[in-house]
Design a protein around this ligand. Structure first.
Ligand code: G3P
Ligand code: CA
Length: 387
């Protein structure tokens, strides 16, 4: 049997894969201070699909985007994030450390960059691009308070309804929740069946090894998000997760060759600090979303004027959104502009299988999708699944 025929049969046996997405890890954080508007703006400029937020609650329970449990590494201050109110965090400089650590990339305007409240991240980038998506990670559940507050926030903002996991529509959701703590995902699923979840892991442990071997886990996990090394050590794990209906998001990949390899292995998304390199790798593979599906504008006002700095508590003020029916939202009710602070500084129809594979689709459709995937890999026409 010749090689092409073997490949064709293999492709027919496999369900088609949804478009592969670029996830900007802490923003385009290779080039600008992580989790600031500078890094998020750059991620949009570099044409991302999703922006990440590592979520921690401030002392007054406002969800803010910051990776470490302390402010020590990414500010000039010291102490636990949850020991400061939002107002106190807003006084800190989250940009100067980057200039010191990266002299060749340093910019004077980074000095004094502000922390970003999750609600401001959402409002800012949805105003610029209503199709933007957000990968939010609970870093510290604060005894379950973080999931409840995150749920309350999404409910108040009309974003809960963008997710439709119960009907298998994972890709329509404006927001996903990721965590290393499966309990966090379970708590979120108990609060709402709509928001898709992703389970992060490095080396599989006693609990997760059976999930990795089976390619499947508890019902409250929609996607699996392994460290890239875990995939490279066990490349067929991607197929196992797909066979059980789960998307795979790999982290954190900043090398172009490794990006290409992981894309070839079929991962559905990659977290990267280097959004530009990732966009180039996905474009080169020809397996990404279209520019129209992403919806990023060619230009926009940087630093989120009018939004940066306006959130003052876990109750906003912020915008209210409503789903458009496919990927994206429209503004339902806008909040007032910021009364001051950081605005000028800048720091200041989803797939029928919902991104899942196989489950319940008629055989003729699976065969058609498999053939389409094979044709695409052969370079015979580029066929994009709907998102
Ligand atoms: O969330 C994906 C990846 O970011 C997990 O690692 O430590 O960078 O949050 P970390
Ligand atoms: Ca993260």
């Amino acid at each position: 049997m010749n090689r092409s025929l073997v490949l064709a049969l293999a492709a027919l046996a496999l369900p088609a894969q949804a478009a592969q997405i670029a996830i900007s890890h802490r923003g385009a954080s290779a080039y600008a201070p992580e989790h600031t508007f500078f890094a998020y703006d750059l991620a949009l400029e570099q044409d991302t699909d999703m922006i990440e937020c590592d979520l921690i609650l401030s002392k007054d329970e406002v969800p803010v985007c910051i990776h470490d449990e302390t402010v020590d590494r990414t500010s000039e201050s010291t102490g636990r994030v949850d020991s400061f109110t939002l107002a106190e965090l807003r006084e800190m400089d989250f940009g100067s450390w980057f200039n010191t650590a990266n002299p060749t990339l340093a910019k004077p305007e980074y000095a004094g960059a502000h922390i970003v409240a999750l609600e401001e991240q959402l409002d800012c980038y949805l105003r610029i691009n209503p199709k933007m998506r957000f990968h939010v990670e609970t870093k510290d559940s604060a005894g379950g308070r973080a999931e409840q507050i995150f749920f309350d926030l999404l409910t108040r903002k009309g974003l809960i309804a963008t997710g439709d996991v119960a009907n298998g529509n994972v890709q329509s959701s404006t927001v996903m929740l990721q965590s290393f703590d499966a309990g966090s995902l379970e708590r979120m699923r108990a609060l709402t069946p709509t928001i898709p979840t992703a389970f992060l892991f490095t080396a599989p442990d006693q609990t997760t090894l059976p999930w990795v071997l089976a390619g499947d886990g508890p019902d409250y996990i929609d996607a699996f998000a392994p460290n890239s090394a875990a995939i490279l050590l066990d490349p067929t794990s991607v197929q196992r997760f797909h066979a059980a209906g789960h998307d795979v998001h790999a982290w954190t990949v900043n090398d172009s060759q490794q990006m290409s390899l992981l894309l070839q292995l079929g991962v559905d998304g990659i977290f990267s600090n280097n959004t530009d390199l990732l966009r180039a790798a996905i474009d080169s593979a020809g397996t990404g979303t279209t520019a129209e599906e992403r919806g990023n504008p060619a230009s926009f006002e940087h630093g989120c004027p009018g939004i940066a700095g306006r959130v003052s508590s876990k109750d906003g003020p912020g915008d209210v959104w409503e789903p458009t029916g496919t990927r994206g939202v429209r503004l339902k009710a806008g909040a007032g502009s910021s009364s001051g602070g950081s605005s000028s500084s800048g720091g200041g129809t989803p797939p029928a299988d919902g991104g899942r594979y196989g489950g319940g689709l008629p055989l003729y459709l699976l065969l058609g999708l498999g053939l389409a995937a094979w044709l695409r890999r052969q370079g015979i026409g580029r066929i994009q699944p709907s998102r």
